[in-house]
Design a protein around this ligand. Structure first.
Ligand code: MLT
Ligand code: ZN
Length: 452
């Protein structure tokens, strides 16, 4: 749908012509999601440079009834940040302001367009750390990770993005600004709007800045890559280690097909052959190696252990886990089913998924990995057409039948939208609709995601 000439002229006046991108050559990178599964089309990508410009652009779009998709680093995995219905893309990447770290409060205020990598380096320069970490750290942004309540690799110790959020600044669809960035430790003054906007996936307001908690550094760090005799042994160990390893920051799960694929595709050395591996990392002010080794040594089913202590050694071990997303994508656009199970159903689920998928789509490949410490499995399926819903349907029903969540950390986006009712009651969904109506009064924000 072409944009009304008048609206385009008004937006251009606000942000400047160099920040309104038009035509497929310039907008293509903003119109397809990271997985390649979701491809849309936009009449214009608008790149405001500050919150006043965000507010003015939204007010204009509201006046014209023109739908808008907010976008950060475009590293989402559920099609939640791309213009599937021909919406205007509002890219927040130019909002890169980064206040000095408040070391006494252990917090920082960051603009929506700051990447997680930049935020981590900024915190480290002040002797602190930002606890959320994920493989897409150098593209994923503060705004995007807040809007999607991103999880990542350290949730087992520090929680997901919502647990870091002390305050928020956001613009409503009619251009009004919500700003609550004081970041007081105790601030019990009613509705938690920051918590509500976190995970709202761009449907309620456009996040422009966040006040984020920082944590003390843990300078002594050890990573172990542990091979197991069976998937069940690895899952049992993940459950036990979450409580038993002091300073545990990550417990990540992989199976033999996945580590083989990553080694082949990324040119890494082959690991010891084993049905499953766990990558466990512990950190603290004292060296955690001996305590970690003692726990691993007393764990049933361990076949082999590789330990990394220096940054280089640890990074080499992490490559096997972080490389999964990239290696799988080389096989074609995957279906990404990011789910959590109660710990005691995890092994049953992992056992059941491949045959459930193959029974319906014999040519499909199932890749299983994830954050075992959080009960979070990433079921990736390749060899299935992007718009084929059959595999998603069978896996998500299996999750719900076992008492799990159909989205652990990636969000609902467009990918899981038809199945939200598996986890949310009609009463909850009507509360969602009421909140949507109250905050997005213009009804223009991210119309193709989250709400059924
Ligand atoms: C990861 O943990 O690597 C991503 O969240 C999962 C994925 O790419 O499916
Ligand atoms: Zn993940």
């Amino acid at each position: 749908v072409p944009l009304a000439t008048e609206l385009l002229a008004q937006i251009t006046e606000v942000v400047g012509s160099e920040h309104v991108l038009e035509g497929d050559d310039l907008t293509a990178g903003f119109s397809v999601d990271w997985t390649g599964r979701y491809r849309g089309h936009t009449p214009a990508v608008v790149r405001p440079g500050d919150i006043d410009e965000v507010a003015a652009v939204l007010a204009l779009c509201a006046e014209h009834g023109t739908p808008v998709v907010p976008q950060g680093g475009n590293t989402g995995l559920v099609g939640g940040g791309v213009p599937l219905g021909g919406e205007v893309v509002l890219s927040l990447r130019r909002l890169t302001s980064l206040a000095p770290v408040d070391t006494a409060a252990r917090a920082v205020t960051a603009g929506a367009g700051v990447t997680i990598g930049e935020l981590q380096r900024h915190a480290a320069a002040a002797g602190l750390e930002y606890a959320v970490d994920l493989a897409s750290r150098d593209s994923a942004t503060v705004g995007g990770t807040v809007a999607t309540n991103a999880g990542g690799l350290r949730v087992v110790r520090f929680g997901a993005t919502r647990a870091q959020l002390l305050g928020i600044e956001a613009v409503l669809s009619d251009g009004r600004v919500l700003r609550h960035l004081g970041g007081l430790t105790k601030d019990n003054t009613g509705y938690d709007l920051a918590g509500l906007l976190c995970g709202s996936e761009g449907t309620l307001a456009v996040v422009t800045a966040a006040r984020l908690r920082l944590v003390a550094p843990r300078p002594q760090r050890t990573t172990a890559l542990v091979a197991f005799a069976s998937i069940g042994d690895a899952i049992d160990a993940a459950g036990a280690w979450a409580g038993a390893v002091e300073g545990v920051e990550a417990i990540e799960f992989m199976v033999s097909d996945g580590v083989g694929l990553v080694a082949d595709r990324l040119g890494l050395a082959r690991l010891v052959a084993a049905p499953a591996h766990l990558l466990v990392e512990a950190a603290g002010s004292a060296d955690p190696t001996d305590a970690l080794a003692a726990v691993v040594a007393s764990t049933p089913g361990v076949l082999d252990v590789a330990v990394g202590r220096s940054a280089g050694q640890r990074e080499r071990l992490w490559r096997y886990r972080e490389g999964h997303t990239e290696a799988i994508n080389q096989l074609g656009p995957p279906h990404k089913l990011d789910v959590t199970l109660p710990h005691d159903r995890l092994a049953d689920f992992i056992d059941a998924v491949p045959s459930a998928v193959e029974a319906l789509r014999p040519g499909a490949s199932v890749w299983l990995f994830g954050h075992a410490g959080d009960g979070n499995v990433h079921v990736n399926v390749t060899g299935v057409a992007p718009d084929d819903p059959v595999v998603d349907d069978v896996v998500l029903h299996l999750v719900a039948d076992l008492g799990g969540s159909i989205s652990a950390e990636h969000g609902i986006g467009t990918a899981k939208r038809p199945w939200l009712g598996l986890n949310r009651s009609p009463e909850e969904l009507s509360a969602f609709a009421a909140i949507k109506g109250a905050l997005d009064q213009a009804g223009i924000l991210n119309p193709n995601v989250l709400l059924p």
